[in-house]
Design a protein around this ligand. Structure first.
Ligand code: ADP
Ligand code: MG
Length: 374
């Protein structure tokens, strides 16, 4: 049933993991005012777990008896869902645990998955309370579908599972530098973008990738299009071992010969995104879907002017940045990628959370978890 859509049972038991510090600090108030009355009408009974510190939600789901819950709801930004996902992946029964539908309700300042799900549902672009209302309505309807995850491994031996994106350079800097403006809500990214534009930097490193079209059996290969729904599932072992990254070779070794190595080694930014939205107002990958089997790899080569970069960000509000035909902006659908930064200065981000800068590689795992969607 991994490939199929499902619907939440009624009555429905929901564990709501809520970060009271996320976004402008109003998640709990908004939950009580907006979400709770709608859930009551839909016969969904919430049990609210208010997080007290980072990793609290991760620890909670690591040894929770999941048979008590029909859905795990995260009311926060993308960061808390990242914790919950990785907490579930640390369980010996992760494969079973990931079949519990997850739901995101936008309570943070970075609500990219919520904005993506609102977009996939065909709703108008909205933000703030309207986005929260739309996402709560989607939860009330209760449809859930498979979602791809990306496994990321670092040179120092860390491994993460990610549902949104990995970034380095300009966008990662905006994401992390603007944390101090979290109280501004989504406006933190506008302010952060302008600040980072002023002191535009160049980042050196080597980027390689496995194009989605190159690999037999890929969703972009017309001959095997119908095989796409199971892409990646062959790596699932079922014995409690975490899934193997069958497309990757160890970071110490050169990438396989059928990979592409980008000839330029100076970038303004690299961003691998697997949902449509980078933020509430940034439609970065309009073609992306929950389970398209693809990582949408964007990079901007060094040499771009500040004006051209600003134009890209302005166009991203409507998702028309690729139509600018900017020669420095590249977008390629891939199954796996590797980034080897020269030096360790700067930051990287995974689902909007900071990571020390070091060599990283990642690959898609098709349809690994389930999310509530329209
Ligand atoms: P935002 O979009 O506002 O950044 P996130 O959901 O991404 O919201 O949360 C940001 C960080 O807050 C996460 O890394 C999470 O671990 C952390 N966190 C969770 N609960 C708390 C808490 N009670 N106090 C402080 N930080 C918390
Ligand atoms: Mg965040």
């Amino acid at each position: 049933h991994r490939a199929s859509y499902g619907v939440l049972p009624r009555p429905c038991r929901a564990l709501v993991l809520l970060n009271p510090q996320s976004g402008a600090g109003r998640a709990l108030e908004d939950f009580q005012a907006v979400v709770q009355p709608m859930l009551a009408d839909a016969d969904i009974t919430p049990t609210v777990f208010v997080t007290e510190r980072p990793h609290h939600a991760q620890e909670k789901v690591q040894d929770e008896d999941l048979s008590q819950w029909d859905v795990l709801v995260v009311m926060s930004g993308d960061g808390l869902l990242h914790e919950v996902l990785n907490g579930l992946m640390e369980r010996p029964d992760w494969e079973q645990a990931l079949q519990t539908p997850l739901c995101i309700l936008p309570g943070g300042s970075g609500n990219a998955l919520a904005a993506s799900i609102n977009y996939y549902a065909g709703n108008d672009h909205v933000a703030k309370k309207k986005l929260l209302t739309n996402c709560t309505f989607i939860l009330c309807k209760g449809l859930h579908a498979p979602m791809d995850l990306v496994s990321l491994s670092t040179a120092s031996g860390k491994r993460f599972f990610s549902f949104l994106g990995f970034g380095w350079g300009f966008i990662a800097d905006v994401d992390i530098d603007s944390e101090k403006y979290r109280r501004l809500g989504n406006a933190r990214f506008t302010l952060g973008t302008l600040q980072c534009l002023v002191r535009l930097r160049i980042y050196q490193g080597r980027l390689s990738y496995l194009p989605a079209a190159a690999e037999p059996g890929s969703p972009r290969d017309p001959k095997t299009r119908r095989a796409a729904p199971t892409a990646g599932t062959k790596a699932l072992t079922g014995d409690g071992e975490p899934p193997a990254d069958t497309l990757l070779v160890p970071l110490g070794q050169p990438v396989p010969p059928h990979w592409v190595v980008v000839p330029e080694e100076e970038f303004v930014c690299v961003y691998a995104i697997y949902q449509s939205h980078l933020g509430t107002n940034l439609l970065m990958a309009p073609a992306a879907r929950l389970h398209d089997g693809c990582i949408h790899l964007f990079y901007v080569r060094a040499g771009i002017s500040r004006v051209a970069l600003l134009k890209i960000f302005l166009a991203m509000g409507r998702g028309t940045h690729l139509e600018l035909n900017c020669p420095h902006l590249h977008c390629v659908p891939v199954r796996a990628f590797r980034l080897e930064p020269r030096g360790s200065a700067g930051v990287m981000t995974v689902d909007g959370e900071a990571l020390a800068c070091e060599p990283v590689q990642g690959q898609i795992h098709g349809r690994m978890c389930r999310v509530v969607t329209g």
